[in-house]
Design a protein around this ligand. Structure first.
Ligand code: ADP
Ligand code: MG
Length: 640
């Protein structure tokens, strides 16, 4: 599996990134981008227009004083000037609204592409830390893309148009004036750039301290830590660490502020000189009669405006592009990760799964987790996989389900190589409960029904809205089918007692989940997990719920990979018994290190150190003086 640096990717530059977002925006909402561009452009020109209007007003006032014009003209200009702030406020509101709609729409679609991609990359890459990092960076990048493109559009359409039209205005008024004025703007631009760079450098240096103090803060006041912290009376310990890091952060912060303020002050003095120079020039031309008093007043009152604009342009706007551009690229890098290549979309019958000399090594790992495994499983068999921790049981189930492709050797389902089967078809009829299953912060019913995500067409006609996937959650979400297929469970709700039960209740009962529980005040609709105000369950209850989820999903093949650690051995044996009954006629893989539960299987695979060391029925294995018998006798006391 190739990830990250091994794959040649197209690097997105500012231009291609902007083009990508614009093209997406134009495709989804053809009117938004042009109207946004128009508004920005208009605002840029209107700001210069304001200066021009001021000139007209002041000139009219001068004329009025000399009796050369009527009072009503001056009053007219006055009214227009008074209305301008209102007009600008309204225009600002409209452009902000279009701006947010545009980025909301494009961000939505870009997020969807990211989610789809996260669901399509080979599940194996989630075992690689570097990849998990990439996922996070891509989500941060998604936000950054919007900000970068927004800044570019803003600079291009508004700031530049304003500056250019203002420069043109000044040039037409008096070229010398323009020169002096540009000189006064340089310190502003330099100061804004310098400050931005200093703060970026500080952020780089100080970020580790910030992450640390935030972490230590969590240690003494967040839910997951608070019990241990209280018990150990470790508040003082964490507080000390917290303050140590916080003060280091504050020190760096203060140092940067001090330096940048001093630089700023120095440059302000320079700027002041330029400013004063411009004003003196203005006076000079007025006294020589080369400039009217109207122009003098208009330019004079617009100096602050211009200064603010230049400062914003070189400070925050270019700053955003500088700091966020690298992050934005991560988004595009992620979209270019390779996907599983299988193309065959024919439905699988899974009559026969065959492993031929299969070996498997995890990315970044030296030692193979499975070595030279040969195995054939027929449809309808119940197979138990036993062995000590780390012997390769979970890895074997991941290969048998097609989730991971072998590093060497071949896996055939109905004679077809797994790597040729499209991932969408591969998991369609598979259900699984993994060792590290998820406890979803949703209602009881939703926790069971999660695999029933229907194929809802995305707004752009794409296949489905996939849930955001990260880390370990991906395996489960993928194989239990959320976002991949619809669990077409037959609606045979009536049981022999005549009571009508929902499929959800049935699955819960089959998994021995206690529905008559006082805590479940709203029955199936009870919210679970403290995060959103729900109730918490015990470890055993969460496990039963996970098993119910696995049973609920329509399947031809099901995997139970030791989701029973918090359930005692006898209870586990009972659940597995029931499980075998339910899955009669279907292929079932049960993984356990408790051999009492394995007896229900048609065949038992004994694993050790990544090898299949024995294979047979319980009786056959007991007759051999092997590992199985040894383990079984050692555990026999659990079942007495
Ligand atoms: P079991 O389920 O029998 O406990 P596993 O299949 O989980 O065993 O693990 C088999 C071997 O592969 C172990 O040596 C384990 O350390 C290694 N392994 C499991 N998962 C990973 C992973 N994500 N990355 C690297 N090594 C792994
Ligand atoms: Mg395991």
């Amino acid at each position: 599996m190739k990830i990250d640096s091994q794959v040649k990717k197209k690097k997105y530059g500012l231009f291609s990134m902007t083009f990508y977002v614009f093209a997406l925006g134009m495709k989804k909402r053809p009117f938004l981008l042009p109207s946004l561009a128009f508004f920005f452009l208009f605002m840029g020109i209107a700001t210069t227009g304001k200066t021009f209007l001021k000139q007209m007003l002041f000139e009219a006032v001068g004329d009025l004083a000399e009796g050369r014009t009527s009072a009503s003209l001056v009053a007219g200009y006055g009214v227009i000037m008074a209305l301008i702030p209102i007009f600008f406020a309204a225009m600002n509101a409209v452009s902000t609204w279009i701006d947010q709609t545009f980025y909301g729409v494009t961000r939505g679609y870009m997020g969807e592409r990211l989610n789809e991609k996260a669901a399509k990359v080979d599940p194996l890459v989630y075992e690689d830390n570097r990849f998990l990092d990439q996922v996070n960076k891509a989500y941060v990048g998604l936000e950054a893309v919007g900000e970068v493109v927004c800044s570019i559009l803003h600079i291009m359409m508004e700031q530049c148009v304003y500056l250019v039209s203002m420069i043109l205005y000044l040039y037409l008024v008096k070229p010398q004036l323009l020169f002096a004025f540009l000189l006064s703007l340089i310190p502003t631009a330099v100061s804004a750039s310098l400050r931005r760079r200093m703060h970026a450098a500080k952020e780089h240096k100080a970020a580790p301290y910030r992450r640390k103090y935030e972490y230590f803060n969590r240690c003494f006041c967040s839910r997951e830590y608070v019990k241990e912290t209280r018990l150990w009376r470790a508040e003082g310990f964490f507080k000390k660490l917290y303050y140590r890091n916080l003060s280091e952060y504050a020190r760096l912060d203060w140092e940067t502020h001090r330096k940048s303020t001093l630089i700023d002050l120095g440059l302000k003095i320079l700027q002041m000189a330029g400013y004063v120079g411009t004003v003196i020039l203005l006076f000079y031309y007025v006294f020589r009669g080369e400039l009217g008093i109207g122009i003098f007043a208009a330019v004079f009152t617009s100096l602050d405006d211009l200064d603010g604009r230049v400062s914003a342009l070189f400070g925050s706007e270019i700053g955003t592009i500088n700091t966020r551009f690298g992050q934005a690229q991560n988004y595009f890098d992620f979209l270019q990760l390779p996907e599983r290549a299988g193309q065959d979309r024919l439905p699988l019958r899974r009559e026969r799964i065959e492993l031929r000399d299969v070996s498997f090594t995890y990315p970044g790992s030296e030692k193979p987790a499975l070595s030279h495994v040969d195995l054939t499983i027929q449809k309808g068999e119940t197979i138990a996989i036993v062995g000590v921790n780390g012997s390769g049981k979970s890895t074997l189930t991941r290969l048998l389900t097609g989730l991971y492709l072998p590093t060497s050797g071949q896996i055939l389902i109905d004679g077809k190589d797994v790597s040729e089967i499209a991932p969408q078809t591969l998991y369609e009829d598979v259900s699984a409960v993994f060792q590290r299953y998820q406890s979803y912060k949703m209602t009881v019913a939703e926790n069971v029904q999660i695999s029933e995500t229907e194929k809802t067409a995305g707004p752009d006609g794409s296949e489905s809205k996939l849930p955001r996937i990260s880390g370990t959650e991906s395996k489960l979400t993928r194989i239990s089918g959320a976002g991949i297929g619809l669990a077409e469970r037959q609606k045979d709700g009536a049981d022999p007692s005549g009571m009508v039960r929902s499929d959800v209740e049935k699955a819960l009962e089959e998994a021995d989940f206690p529905l008559e529980n006082d805590k479940l005040t709203e029955g199936l609709e009870t919210m679970l997990g403290k995060d959103f105000g729900g109730i918490d369950l015990s470890g055993g209850q969460w496990q039963r719920l996970a098993i119910a989820r696995g049973l609920y999903r329509a399947h031809d093949m099901i995997v139970l990979d030791e989701p029973t650690a918090a359930i005692d051995p006898l209870e586990e044996a009972r659940i597995y018994h029931k499980f075998a009954e339910i899955s009669r006629g279907k292929t079932a893989l049960i993984v356990t290190h408790r051999l009492g539960s394995a007896q229900i299987a048609d065949r038992i695979i004994v694993m050790d150190g990544g090898h299949i060391v024995d294979l047979g029925t319980h009786e056959e294995l007991m007759q051999r003086e092997g590992k199985y018998r040894e383990m079984y006798l050692a555990q026999a006391k659990w079942y007495q």
